[in-house]
Design a protein around this ligand. Structure first.
Ligand code: ARG
Length: 565
């Protein structure tokens, strides 16, 4: 039962305002002594030119008696609604038990495509912590939008083109060998790339040769392109290992090179629209009027750039997927890059430029400080994943040494802990890779949520509840702790929508933690399996509903939910 809808309906009969506008205004008070729902009358006061207090009082007097509200009262300019608890509880529980993993899904985004550009590492360079963040946040957004009915399209915009490949070819020819590259993959490629930079500082003529190789690549030279393709294959081996462990998939791997034959058209259009200016041999779009440095389109040597490829990619995606939104998940240090080229699209006269959304995130730090390339403290992602899994194994050996398939559960717990830690705060906050903290089963962590989920599984198993669930009578659910759980379950669908509106997966994460905490309090306060049959049935149905919602939540976040741990 949609209580907000009911309230909006009742009020639209009293005041002159349409139902959906009223629905927008309705809040869920933090403090339940203020009711289950509240309508603030401040906006209405402006329109009706009466004080909020008077309007609230007026509405309260005129509202008819309905069975599903126990009490309606006016306090400080709010109309507070207290739902009839039994009605509320049975409504939520039966809804969840009917829909199971479908509970909370909606068709808000029906017929709309959302493109999500995430992960996108740079070939031949290690997959670093920033790419991990992009991967995890991007995938969560992908799931969040799918959950509310959009068609998400996930794209890995690999950094697989640019002058650096000329340098890498030089590096390989001078200091590399096939065997070592095949054995050590990206590690070896980045080693020879760094070596190249050291050498080219002493001997700048290397750069001319490297440029020569990139020109060869652009002209379709077979040797150059074969090497380039091989570098991509080698790099993908590492990336795919990581994607597999994180259970990440993409719909398309259309990297930067995919746009090589699509940039001329964009450059021509920019010329036609008189947006290009020559500056020191390069072609740029001036953005002085918008307080931004110019957007570089063509370099002085004729080469294209990162923004040129992003602009071309946006046109391609618009045409190919007719997106409702196209979302880019990268670290905040690319804020200017995106602001610049979004502006270029706007200046070209396309009103869909406001459907291009940059979703930035903060840095990744180690517990003892910043991770930086200069001090040599780059942490390899595979090492991080391995350490998390090793720690998880230790905890399991300590807590539950008899557990079957320990290795598999440790993988789920270790990886889950890392994903959870990334999605626990607002994106823009820095993430600290503190393995001890993220693997603490008693903190607000991935393992804590997984453990709570496993607890629901074990209760259901012991109570002989199968996957069809169980529906008890709501009159046997009377205590505050149980009611708090039900209220949180009811809010879950709205939280997912809110997360989509704000591009903030943490809203789902936090809500799942709230549900776990409330459930654990319920579990602590109530005897479940040992109670009298009717009460037991009611409590098991609450447990079943919690089990469904935690499972959905973890799925959205991309975290596995082991049934035992
Ligand atoms: N390859 C870039 C990097 O590692 C991220 C690409 C993001 N996507 C985009 N369309 N620009 O910094």
């Amino acid at each position: 039962m949609d209580f907000k809808e009911k309230i909006a309906q009742l009020i639209s009969n009293i005041v002159d305002m349409n139902k959906s506008d009223i629905k927008e205004l309705i809040e869920v008070p933090q403090n339940c002594t203020m009711g289950d729902y509240a309508l603030p009358c401040f906006k209405l006061a402006k329109e009706l030119k009466k004080s909020p207090g008077l309007i609230a009082k007026d509405i309260t007097e005129k509202i008819p008696d309905v069975e599903y509200f126990e009490k309606v009262g006016a306090v400080n300019g709010y109309v507070n609604f207290f739902v009839q608890k039994e009605f509320f509880i049975s409504g939520i529980l039966s809804d969840i038990i009917n829909k199971k993993e479908e509970y909370g899904k909606s068709d808000l985004g029906k017929g709309k495509n959302i493109v999500i550009d995430y992960s996108s590492p740079n070939v031949a360079k290690p997959f670093h912590a920033g790419h991990l963040r992009s991967t995890v946040i991007g995938k969560a957004l992908y799931n969040i939008f799918n959950f509310i009915g959009y068609n998400s399209i996930g794209i890995n915009h690999l950094g697989d083109w640019g002058t650096q490949f000329g340098k890498l070819i030089m590096a390989y020819k001078n200091w590399g060998d096939k065997e070592t590259v095949e054995r050590d993959d990206v590690k070896e490629l980045s080693r020879i790339y760094v070596k190249y930079h050291e050498e080219s500082e002493k001997n700048p003529s290397l750069d001319d040769e490297a440029r020569g190789w990139f020109v060869k690549m652009q002209n379709g030279d077979k040797e150059a392109l074969d090497l380039w393709k091989w570098f991509i294959d080698i790099s993908m081996k590492e990336y795919n290992r990581i994607y597999e462990r994180l259970n990440i998939k993409f719909d398309y791997f259309t990297g930067e090179s995919f746009y090589n034959d699509k940039m001329d058209a964009v450059v021509d259009e920019l010329k036609e629209k008189n947006l290009l200016t020559k500056s020191e041999g390069a072609e740029i779009v001036e953005l002085d009027n918008f307080n931004m440095p110019p957007c570089l389109i063509i370099r002085s040597d004729g080469g294209t750039l990162y923004p040129t490829r992003d602009i071309s990619a946006a046109f391609y995606r618009k045409k190919e997927y007719d997106f409702d939104k196209c979302i880019y998940v990268t670290a905040f240090d690319q804020n200017l890059h995106f602001a610049q080229w979004f502006k270029v699209i706007e200046l070209m006269g396309y009103d869909w430029s406001d459907r291009l959304i940059h979703v930035p995130f903060g840095l990744v730090n180690l517990p003892d400080g910043k991770m930086s390339t200069r001090s040599g403290r780059v942490v390899l992602m595979e090492d991080i994943l391995n350490s998390a899994v090793n720690k998880a194994i230790n905890v399991i050996n300590e807590k539950n040494p008899e557990l079957e398939n320990k290795e598999q559960v440790a993988e789920q717990v270790g990886i889950g802990a890392i994903i959870f830690n990334d999605l626990y705060n607002s994106r823009i906050k820095n993430v600290v890779l503190d393995l001890d903290k993220m693997l603490n089963f008693d903190g607000e962590t991935g393992p804590y949520v997984q453990y709570t989920y496993a607890r629901t599984c074990s209760l259901l198993k012991k109570g002989n509840v199968d996957e069809n669930g169980i529906l008890g009578e709501s009159e046997y659910i009377t205590d505050e702790a149980s009611y708090r759980v039900i209220k949180l379950l009811e809010e879950f669908p709205a939280k997912v929508i809110d997360a989509a509106d704000k591009y903030e997966p943490y809203i789902v994460t936090r809500h799942i933690v709230d549900i776990c905490q409330a459930f654990n309090k319920f579990y602590h306060d109530n005897n479940i399996l040992g109670s009298e049959e009717k009460i037991k049935k009611a409590r098991l149905s609450l447990t079943f509903a919690v089990n469904c919602v935690i499972n959905s939540g973890l799925k959205i976040l991309g975290i596995d939910a082991p049934e035992r741990m």
